[in-house]
Design a protein around this ligand. Structure first.
Ligand code: NGO
Length: 501
């Protein structure tokens, strides 16, 4: 398949769709070797990010300067935006003399920068110098998100991915205004974060992966670097420690977490069974472990929110599960942490402040509906829509199909505001697309499963319902293939998208 690599871009092609935009073709702005990026104070970081994106392909110096010169430039301003942009949106005006991006916050400016790069030809995404001209589509945009939580989840437990691989993934998802990366750090097959008080979690529990490969783990220093890298892209990392089930890696490292006092062997089969492991909910050492892990995690989590999993605890006795969840929530609160859990956590009847991540397929769940009536907020990851590990179709060699095949249509054609029966849109915190990695081993696998479906979920999270239009989305997405090609993204060329010939 060939994807056209150079084409003018337009406000009408932006993904996620903007709240309101008007193209003015006679007001195009040209980037030249003397263009400056004007950004001062708290706006400077967004300016620097923009310059770093644009320099390789243009070959222009694009200095970031504190004051505008008479010949204009790209101007990033904190303040003075239309109040409708709120805390996360931005306003962009492009005319022949200058580009002015305004927002109330650095996050809003960063979102605007992501839009601005999409108003340049796709070749601007190349890391090698390309021929211009570098035209920014003229016009005006007012834009802000529908939902606060626009997440992607990456499972680094089933197969380990390096810091560099995760950083690259963060840059790719941030383009689509994703602002949360939920990292699934522990599971039966691997424990991926150094915990200094329980060192064997990482050194032993991190020593393998699905199929028995070498695995790996992040030292705390590496993990901090990852968190800071994400934060600089306005992406908050939510770390998940999956307990009390999905815990074989921890059990294999510390026998005192088991009920029979015998550490099981590492789970290294190429099979991908779930629901067979549990921390022993009656052991004091289990709660010491939870306390120590969450204490260390709280110091590594500036976002202040952790995910405790709590899914598929099929071998935890029901009463024990309830007791465990309540103690874990109390321990988390003691360390100043807010908590999210997969929707099974509702079986323990947690307080409404616990955010619940729905991963069912039908949208019908009485516990979820009842919890939202008491004030619980929901993150939507319906497996039949948002799971990026589902195959696009039967012929795809990687991925699962237990929740159905998900091509772009299935990923895009639903409404997070009305998906759950008896749950009002006001209870929906946002959407999240999980990428489970039982069958994914390489960076190309991550790309292939994420693109183009992740942008579909990102659009559901950002764009107003009124912009939802399957055909228009497909048309806009078609223009992004050339961007991914220029970025070296190994995307899936879905036959549902009219890619340019
Ligand atoms: C389930 C399960 C995960 C699997 C995934 C595979 C949840 C929340 N728990 O989703 O352990 O990896 O399916 O699709």
């Amino acid at each position: 398949m060939s994807v056209r690599t150079s084409a003018a871009a337009s406000i009408a092609d932006v993904v996620p769709a903007v709240v309101s935009g008007r193209s003015a073709p006679d007001a195009d702005f040209q980037l030249t070797p003397s263009t400056t990026i004007v950004a001062a104070g708290a706006a400077e970081a967004a300016g620097t990010y923009l310059a770093e994106v644009l320099r390789p392909a243009t070959g222009y110096p694009l200095p970031v300067v504190p004051r505008e010169s008479p010949d204009g430039g790209i101007v990033l301003v904190l303040g003075g935006a239309d109040p409708r942009v709120g805390a996360a949106g931005y306003q962009l005006v492009v005319d022949r003399r200058r580009v002015v991006l305004r927002a109330a916050t650095a996050a809003g400016l960063f979102a605007g920068v992501q839009t601005l790069r999409q108003l340049l030809p796709a070749t601007v995404e190349s890391r090698q110098q390309q021929p211009g001209p570098w035209t920014v589509c003229g016009g005006e945009i007012l834009d802000y998100p529908r939902f606060a939580h626009r997440g992607a989840m990456l499972d680094v437990a089933r197969h380990f991915f390096t810091v560099e691989e995760v950083k690259r993934h963060i840059d790719l998802i941030a383009q689509y205004k994703i602002n949360v990366l939920h990292l699934h750090l522990t599971d039966d097959q691997g424990w991926r974060l150094e915990i200094t008080s329980w060192p064997r979690l990482a050194t032993h529990g991190g020593g393998t992966q699905v199929g028995g490969g070498p695995g790996g783990y992040y030292t705390q220093r590496e993990y901090q670097d990852l968190v800071a890298y994400a934060a600089a892209r306005h992406v908050t990392i939510i770390p998940e420690i999956d307990i009390p089930g999905h815990s074989n890696a921890a059990l294999s490292a510390y026998a005192e977490l088991t009920c029979d006092g015998e550490a099981p062997p590492p789970f290294t089969t190429s099979g991908t069974a779930v629901g067979f492991s549990s921390l022993c909910v009656d052991n004091d050492s289990t709660y010491r472990f939870v306390d120590d892990v969450l204490e260390e995690l709280s110091a590594l989590t500036p976002g202040g929110r952790v995910h405790i999993g709590a899914d598929e605890a099929d071998v935890t006795p029901p009463e024990g599960y309830r007791k465990f969840v309540h103690r874990a929530l109390a321990i988390a609160a003691g360390h100043g942490l807010e908590v999210t859990g997969w929707h099974e956590v509702l079986r323990a009847d947690p307080p409404p402040a616990t955010v619940v991540q729905y991963w069912g397929t039908s949208g019908v769940d009485n516990l979820v509906a009842a919890a939202t009536a008491r004030g619980t907020e929901i993150v939507l990851s319906p497996a039949s829509r948002a799971y990026l590990d589902m195959k696009y179709h039967r012929g795809i060699p990687i991925g699962f199909k237990w929740a159905g095949f998900i091509d772009v249509d299935e990923a895009y054609n639903w409404d997070p505001g009305s998906f759950l029966r008896d749950v009002p849109e006001s209870a929906v915190l946002g959407v999240e697309a999980p990428l489970w990695s039982e069958t994914l081993t390489s960076r190309d696998d991550l790309d292939f499963m994420s693109f183009p479906r992740l942008p579909a979920i990102a659009e559901l999270g950002w764009s107003p319902r009124s912009t939802h239009d399957r055909q228009d989305f497909a048309r806009r997405l078609a223009r992004h293939g050339a961007r991914w090609t220029a970025q070296g993204v190994a995307f899936y060329p879905s036959t549902q998208i009219p890619w340019p010939a």
